[in-house]
Design a protein around this ligand. Sequence first.
Ligand code: NAD
Ligand code: TYD
Length: 339
Amino acid sequence: MNILVTGAAGFIGSNFVYYMLEKHPEDRIVALDALTYAGNLETLEEALENKNFKFIKGDIYDKKHVFEIFREEKPDIVVNFAAETHVDRSIEDPGIFVRTNVGGTQVLLDAATEFGVTRFHQIGTDEVYGDLPLDRPDLFFKEDMPLKASSPYSASKASADLLTMAYHRTYGLPVTISRCSNNYGPYQFPEKLIPLVIYRAENDESIPVYGTGDNVRDWLYVMDHCSAIDLIMRDGRDGEIYNIGGHNERNNITVVRRILEYLGKPESLITFVTDRKGHDKRYAIDPEKTKKELGWEPETRFEDGIGMTIDWYLEHRSWWEHIVSGDYQNYYQKMYGDR
Ligand code: NAD
Ligand code: TYD
């Protein structure tokens, strides 16, 4: 099978590529990524050695290029990870989020409709449901809850979900959507909470915690997300939405303290800073549908996963140092400049 993976040079997309190359060596993966500031081709260095893997630099919003890729590569399945993903950036500059997350998804949906695929899988997020109050631990996000996005990021992702469902209903495009909680693990861009805390603590720099640090996120180890996507895109029911999460709720300050403790760094590094605008209080996924229909279970407990993640960042210092210094942006030129 030919699988087109967009956003494959980002955090979850790259982990998904490695998951797939190992789990399904019979499949061929074509990666499409614009290599924005969040895309890092160094992350795919090992994959580039694999004969079942092909990388194409391109923008999902570029209709001509996307149609050419569909014509040539004839993907059976499309998995759309490509997106602008950082909430704080969406608050500063919403336009690019609408362009990529809504406009780019629409171009991919057009191409999938025109050329035909067996499945278009849209990577969604639990942030489309809005947030839950801190004093109602009995409440969880369910697939049929109304969309109530808070940030320009989550609003653009909600729009992409609606478009995906509209293409299913209007044009009969075979689609599935998965909505996952916060991921953590190797290759996460160090602007997101967990890698940011790790690298700043390693450099003995202050750790910015928004507000009082009581916001709750439901953390899932990235490989557990990948295994769920693999199941949903193959065996999920056409036109259905699946929530993915592992009931690993922690408030931010607890996560930050745990990382500092693991690294042997002092809590005096913590600096409480002005809260994010419109900051969602609590995310918590009910993953029962995915478990029941597809037999999916997360394998990694937060306590194990956070240790594995911190160890990975300590062992791959040059990976994040290249990002912090900006060197990673020269890698494409180095690898492909003369080709
Ligand atoms: P990321 O920011 O690490 O990676 C995004 C990738 O998309 C980058 O490689 C970037 O170069 C690429 N990209 C951006 N604009 C593009 C464009 N116009 N054309 C082609 N490629 C483009 O993001 P991530 O954390 O890996 O998230 C991947 C997907 O998963 C996103 O759709 C996100 O909404 C969703 N998601 C993320 C989380 C999380 O915790 N990180 C949780 C749930 C859902
Ligand atoms: P983030 O990793 O940006 O993911 P999301 O906003 O999509 O959940 O942030 C996770 C939580 O950590 C969120 O509640 C905001 C908070 N946060 C901080 O307190 N300090 C930071 O420097 C960052 C990046 C996030």
